[in-house]
Design a protein around this ligand. Structure first.
Ligand code: ASP
Ligand code: MG
Length: 459
């Protein structure tokens, strides 16, 4: 079997969903499990609804609920001609939107919103899209069963970024999906569909996997089912050598390793959720990144490192980062200083991206929004701490990069004359990361891309 995940832009409107249906129609011999995101921008609206409701802004919150309802009802009109299935889809949509409205009313009344209620609300987009697409597939003759992801993807009680319980998921998913492949009368169906992003605790309390989590849902299901392949359908021709919106003449990569894909995602590449690779690696299940707007393009396959050529694969970036610099204010021996710093990091569950360490000082990069006030106060007890803002982080990712002739020479040639705040080379020459001034980011990243990829004809 295979897992096919379609992101928000791949299911944005009736035209996009028709393309998805024809792609699925071509894969029925592989017993696909279809995982869908919410229609594009719907999850953003649901987050806004939560904020309005929490602030007691009933009119604004209800207006957004009605906008969501209208968009989905219009979609059904354009997508499903068959009266039986279109009325089923309308009923499904109305009941989800009515429930959402009721929840919003209660929250406005109470003036408070718990994380678990927020998780329930922001899951609505995936229930809407999956229900409608299920009806559309059935109407088009592709018999499809609807599955609730809250029965499949079990997490801890971190409601807004649940940690999946791999053991339970591996036990439950094959049994439930196996059963779903038969209709009630016992005849086999052609496909099953479920929601990305959506999960629940063991007791069925709603959780979600965090923003962009549908990719992760797909690979968790792929792992549990021992899938032949996990297909991530998006709106670009696979993973590129850089973000095409930022850099000209990027190329699609034919193949990268699980580790390279994870390094790229962690360092700002937007194509895949960073955790997507984890479940697939252990079972060595290839992940394909494909374009639903251009289904015949080859896309990118992500597979084990030993099957991948060495060399530089991509330049990615995070535009807004801060640097936290910590200097020992007394003369400790360096291990005493470091162990104090790290024990405070651990106590505050602080996670950082990059780090450099020297005798008596530590610098790390953090996101713009991370709240570190309390931790900084504690560090100030034995160190001088300051934050630098307005920085960006660049990562050059590949395999065995330093072994390639003159790669480092080309990189350092570009960096000449620019201020570099931090530099670190990952283990085994798999990635080189830098921190630069935000206003120099675009210029540096374009020049790096030019010197690293200009003479390649693509993969
Ligand atoms: N709909 C969710 C989001 O926008 C999950 C996803 O699309 O992967 O974050
Ligand atoms: Mg996505």
């Amino acid at each position: 079997m295979i897992v096919m995940k379609f992101g928000g832009t791949s299911v944005a409107d009736a035209q996009a969903i028709k393309r998805v249906m024809s792609i699925v129609g071509g894969r029925l011999d592989k017993a696909p499990v279809i995982v869908v995101s919410a229609l594009s921008k719907v999850t953003d609206s649901l987050y806004k609804i939560c904020d309005f409701a929490e602030n007691g802004d009933l009119i604004e919150a209800e207006m957004l609920v009605e906008n969501i309802r209208d968009r989905h009802l219009k979609l059904i009109d354009e997508l499903i001609e068959d009266e039986k299935y279109s009325s089923e889809a309308r009923g499904h949509t109305d009941s989800l939107c009515d429930n959402l409205k009721k929840l919003v009313d209660v929250i406005c009344d109470l003036g408070e919103l718990s994380e678990r209620s927020r998780a329930r609300i922001i899951s609505t987009g995936e229930y809407l899209s999956s229900g409608i697409i299920c009806c559309a597939l059935n109407a088009s003759g592709i018999s499809t069963n609807f599955l609730d992801a809250r029965k499949l993807i079990i997490t801890d009680e971190n409601y807004l970024k649940g940690e999946p319980d791999l053991h339970r998921i591996s036990l439950k998913v094959p049994e439930i999906i196996g059963r779903a492949y038969k209709a009630l009368d016992g005849t086999p169906v052609s496909a099953v569909i479920t929601q990305g992003f959506v999960s629940a605790t063991e007791n069925g309390v709603p959780t979600v996997l965090g923003r962009g989590g549908s990719d992760y849902s797909a690979s968790l299901i792929g792992m549990a089912m021992n899938a032949e392949e996990i297909e991530i359908w998006t709106d670009v021709d696979g993973v590129h050598t850089a973000d095409p919106r930022r850099v000209e003449e990027t190329k699609s990569l034919e193949a990268i390793s699980f580790r390279e894909a994870a390094d790229m995602a962690h360092s700002g590449a937007k194509v895949l959720h960073p955790s997507t690779m984890e479940p697939a690696v252990g079972k060595n299940i290839p992940i394909k990144v494909l374009n639903s707007m251009n289904p015949s393009a080859k896309g990118t396959v992500i597979k084990q490192e030993s099957d991948i050529r060495s060399g530089v694969k991509s330049v990615s970036c995070k535009e807004n980062v801060r640097m936290l610099n910590i200097f020992s204010s007394r003369v400790y021996n360096s291990s005493g200083f470091l162990s104090r710093v790290f024990s405070i990091f651990g106590k505050h569950h602080f996670s950082f991206d990059l780090i450099t360490v020297s005798e008596g000082s530590v610098s790390v990069t953090i996101g713009e929004d991370d709240d570190i006030q309390e931790m900084m106060e504690e560090l100030s007890g034995f160190a001088t701490v300051f934050i630098e803002t307005g920085k960006s982080q660049i990562a050059i990712v590949g395999k065995d990069m330093a072994a390639e002739k003159d790669v480092l020479g080309r990189i350092f040639g570009v960096l000449e004359g620019h201020r570099i705040y931090l530099m670190s080379m990952g283990a085994a020459g798999g990635s080189l990361s830098l921190v630069v001034d935000k206003n120099e980011l675009n210029c540096i990243i374009r020049d790096l891309h030019k010197v690293l990829f200009a003479d390649e004809s693509g993969d």
